[in-house]
Design a protein around this ligand. Structure first.
Ligand SMILES: CC(C)(COP(=O)(O)OP(=O)(O)OC[C@H]1O[C@@H](n2cnc3c(N)ncnc32)[C@H](O)[C@@H]1OP(=O)(O)O)[C@@H](O)C(=O)NCCC(=O)NCCS
Length: 163
């Protein structure tokens, strides 16, 4: 299934918010537990600078996934390191859309001039880790019992890819 990958616009705030909230509800994608709102997502999109783009996977006019480059650390020493997010709608997962989004994000990160992409993922997020390994990310390590989700400790995997 080939989606068109394009920059997000403010009109995409609704579906981006819904897809993000599915990931939050799954308790696999992120340690966040507070659901997003369409207005909050619209404001988040409006604040983005060209260095930290948000892209969407558009399947015949329907947004089925999104991804973003995020600031890793505000210290100047880390200016060329990017963190990122990738989320695919629950009913569209496992069909190559996450891989398409991540490939596009890697190529955009190179064009922007980033030297490295990094991520922190829940160690039990098998789909996410498979996606990252497929895109050439390698394991840096695992923080054991690093965060708390619904009152339970979770392990967090750190991965990186030199661009
Ligand atoms: C992680 C996520 C983005 C992957 O997107 P996707 O469109 O489902 O993934 P793809 O179909 O492109 O698959 C990419 C690779 O991951 C593997 N994969 C996908 N789902 C998997 C699963 N449930 N278990 C194991 N591997 C899986 C695929 O086999 C594929 O590798 P291959 O090309 O060698 O076969 C998607 O599952 C998702 O949105 N999850 C919720 C949000 C999230 O966890 N984001 C990551 C935060 S760290």
């Amino acid at each position: 299934m080939m989606a068109a990958i394009r920059p997000a616009t403010s009109d995409d705030a609704g579906p981006i918010c819904d897809i993000h909230n599915q990931g939050i509800a799954d308790r696999l994608a992120t340690l966040e537990t507070v659901l997003r709102t369409p207005d909050g997502t619209r404001a988040w999109l409006a604040e983005r600078r060209p260095r930290y783009p948000v892209i969407v996977a558009d399947l015949d006019g329907v947004v089925v996934g999104w991804a973003s480059l995020n600031q890793f650390n505000p210290r100047a020493a880390y200016d060329r390191v990017a963190d990122f997010s990738v989320y695919v709608a629950r009913d569209r997962r496992g069909r190559g859309i996450g891989a398409q989004l991540l490939d596009s994000l890697v190529s955009r990160a190179r064009t922007i001039g980033f030297h490295k992409m990094v991520l922190a993922a829940l160690a039990r997020n098998e789909a996410g880790i498979a996606l990252y390994v497929r895109a050439g990310f390698t394991h840096v390590g695992i923080y054991r019992e690093h965060g708390q989700l619904d009152g339970r400790w979770v392990d967090v995997v750190i991965m990186e890819k030199l661009l």
